[in-house]
Design a protein. Structure first.
Length: 161
């Protein structure tokens, strides 16, 4: 994490407190493997994930209204949403957005769909459901600027997912 993450987390904490909203926090430990060659399941990957989770917990989110997960440890209800996003994204859009080359690993162009999935209520119906009406909630995504390319792609396919 970096200081650029602080503002989105402060805003998110405010929204959770003011509106009683549920929060889903994705720890993208697989991104570190695909983009930075940090071995998946290794000590360094676990250490980075645990440190990120501790930093996030320090913002004081409500424990009963917050679900934090690591991509390498949980897919659960998220897989169907990941598949729908993958089907809507084009390889050329992903390659152009992230300046990917044909010589890179296939995890790189596949990763944006995993990053995007938690933006949709259907990825976590047991967390993001309005209890009184049994309907899925829409999501607000607050993120640091370095994550904008992922969510640019997400916005482009959102209405079709």
């Amino acid at each position: 994490m970096h200081i650029g993450h602080a503002t989105p987390f402060v805003l998110t904490r405010y929204l959770q407190d003011a509106l009683g909203l549920s929060l889903v926090v994705q720890i993208a430990d697989d991104e570190k493997y695909f983009f930075r060659d940090i071995p998946v399941g290794g000590a360094r990957a676990s250490e980075l994930a645990v440190e990120n989770i501790k930093d996030i917990i320090a913002f004081g989110f409500g424990p009963c209204k917050t679900f934090v997960f690591r991509n390498t440890a949980y897919t659960g209800d998220m897989d169907p949403t990941v598949m729908r996003v993958r089907r809507m994204l084009t390889l050329s859009a992903v390659k152009n957005t992230f300046d990917l080359r044909n010589s890179g690993n296939v995890g790189k162009p596949a990763f944006p769909a995993v990053q995007a999935a938690p933006c949709f209520g259907g990825a976590f119906p047991w967390v993001l459901r309005w209890p009184a009406e049994e309907r899925l909630l829409q999501c607000v995504v607050s993120c640091a600027i370095d994550q904008d390319p992922f969510f640019l792609l997400t916005r482009n396919v959102a209405l079709r997912v």
